[in-house]
Design a protein around this ligand. Structure first.
Ligand code: ADP
Ligand code: ZN
Length: 495
């Protein structure tokens, strides 16, 4: 496959501007005046029926790339999508603007499916949305053959890869598409894919000479901060206070956590509510609506939140706990500042959350008979995000590197590292060595408290009794706040 540099295209010059037919369709159904750079190439691949892999961040405008070609070419294409809710939303929105589309999914009654199929057989629809498990049923294959479907779009294509963060076994069967429809083109779309996942998507779908179009993942308007997690409730409240009256999202691991944090924030006078998959659909919708209507400022959510929110003025995304992959972090922080204005993302890191995630993964793998290699790649993804949280480096550069991009410029000016907020950064290796050497010299018989006393030069009764003052020659460390020092020791001893 092509390298990223090769694949990223420049903004359209005159020779790459959208054709009149494309512009006419854009105006007719969406009222848009033009395309974004990668959309142009993606739509061209769709029109040429050349296989493609399009990686564009959330909000980049992927759906338009598969919606436009069939409308221009007057054909019926198929979109494979994993989530019924997303399918429904898209179909409703398309129909409202007069674009003929339909969905076939398991949430529909037998009758509805039959009606939709009959309607579709007329051949006047441009898109059929279908779940992966339905796509390969004889009934659907028959319909697709009758409609002479010649182009398939695979949404959330990373779900096909076990190296991705959301592997779905039912996506594996999409590998059959190329043999079932030898002449058809396949267009894969995803918001998050590392090089490895991209390669896997191309291989598994059997894409032939695909156009690989990769957008930029860097979000220069987001300010990233990682802080040691100490008193997390107070830390969250403190961060929210800096964004008084603005929209924020707090992500946490468990349903209980979301409720606890929301209750704490409410007690602090913040207009906050919890949101998680264990709530009734009505209740969830209410929270979502109140957030949209600006009746509440903060939603405290598990990962489930975000699918349906379209508030572009979110000024702050807080991770009360480590997310389980960089992909998840990128998507969740990606909800901030979609209006392009500055927004802040704060991650509160504790090594304990890594252990918590590992336990959760193991338990869920055991319950759902997950193949060992899938569990293993889940743990590797977790390790990557742990490294991101603990590495002493520009956050923008680290995220870009993870997605195979090179971040330009020595300092981004929008992360804790580049702003010089990470204590003792320049000497971090030295710091770590000093801590570890102290741990070794107190002979590992004493707890973190004692090590911190020694390092910080505190003259505690125990330090004196053991004659450990003479170890307190750690200069730099004495200047660190005790909390920072404690956290540093925890991280190193834990590792
Ligand atoms: P994605 O699927 O990549 O997350 P969407 O397809 O949902 O992104 O598009 C994100 C938003 O951008 C939508 O509100 C969409 O209407 C808007 N959008 C997409 N393409 C264009 C365009 N060419 N001009 C103006 N707005 C666009
Ligand atoms: Zn930086």
């Amino acid at each position: 496959m092509k390298s990223v540099e090769e694949a990223v295209s420049g903004a359209g010059d005159a020779s790459t501007r959208a054709s009149d037919a494309v512009l006419a369709v854009l105006r007719r159904f969406w009222g848009f005046e033009g395309l974004r750079p990668l959309q142009l190439e993606a739509i061209q691949a769709g029109l040429d029926r050349r296989d493609s892999l399009v990686v564009m961040p959330t909000g980049g405008g992927k759906s338009l790339c598969y919606q436009v070609p069939p409308a221009v070419a007057g054909r019926t294409d198929v979109v494979v999508s994993p989530l019924i809710a997303l399918m429904k939303d898209q179909v409703d929105a398309l129909r409202l603007s007069g674009y003929p589309a339909a969905a076939l999914h398991s949430g529909m009654a037998q009758m509805e499916v039959r009606d939709a199929e009959r309607e579709l057989a007329g051949g006047r629809h441009h898109l059929i949305f279908v779940a992966p498990e339905r796509l390969l049923t004889p009934r659907f294959l028959d319909l697709a053959a009758r409609l002479k479907v010649s182009s398939f779009a695979i949404d959330e294509a990373h779900c096909i890869s076990q190296w991705g963060h959301d592997f779905r076994p039912e996506y594996r069967r999409l590998a059959e598409l190329k043999t079932r429809f030898p002449g058809a083109s396949i267009h894969a779309y995803t918001a998050t894919a590392t090089e490895r996942v991209r390669g896997d998507i191309v291989d598994q779908l059997g894409l032939t000479d695909p156009a690989v179009l990769v957008g930029s993942f860097d979000r220069p308007n987001l300010l990233y901060r990682v802080r040691p997690k100490l008193d997390v409730n107070a830390q969250i409240a403190g961060t929210i206070r800096r964004h008084k009256g603005e929209a924020s999202i707090v992500y946490s691991i468990s349903r209980n956590d979301t409720e606890r944090i929301a209750a704490y924030l409410t007690s602090e006078g913040v207009r906050a509510a919890a949101y998680h998959a264990g709530m009734e659909a009505d209740e969830r919708r209410r929270t979502q609506d109140r957030f949209a209507a600006e009746e509440i400022d903060v939603v405290v959510a598990t990962v489930a939140f975000g699918m349906g929110i379209d508030r572009s003025d979110i000024r702050c995304v807080i991770h009360a706990a480590l997310p389980k992959s960089i992909e998840a972090y990128q998507q969740e922080t990606g909800r901030a500042g979609r209006d392009g204005l500055p927004a802040e993302c704060v991650l509160f890191y504790s090594a304990a959350d890594v252990i918590r995630w590992r336990n959760l993964m193991e338990r869920s793998a055991a319950e759902s008979a997950t193949p060992p290699e899938v569990l293993e790649s889940g743990k590797l993804l977790l390790e990557e995000v742990r490294r991101f949280a603990t590495v002493v480096r520009c956050r923008h550069a680290a995220l870009s590197a993870y997605f195979g991009e090179t971040h330009q410029g020595a300092s981004c000016g929008a992360c804790d590292f580049c702003l010089g907020e990470v204590e003792g950064v320049a000497d971090s290796t030295v710091l770590a060595q000093k801590v570890l050497s102290c741990v070794a010299r107190v002979e590992q018989r004493f707890g973190v408290e004692h090590v911190v006393d020694v390092l910080g030069g505190a003259s505690s009764e125990r330090v004196r009794r053991l004659g450990h003052e003479k170890l307190s020659t750690y200069g730099l460390l004495k200047d660190l706040p005790r909390k920072t020092l404690t956290n540093l020791v925890y991280q190193l001893v834990d590792a």
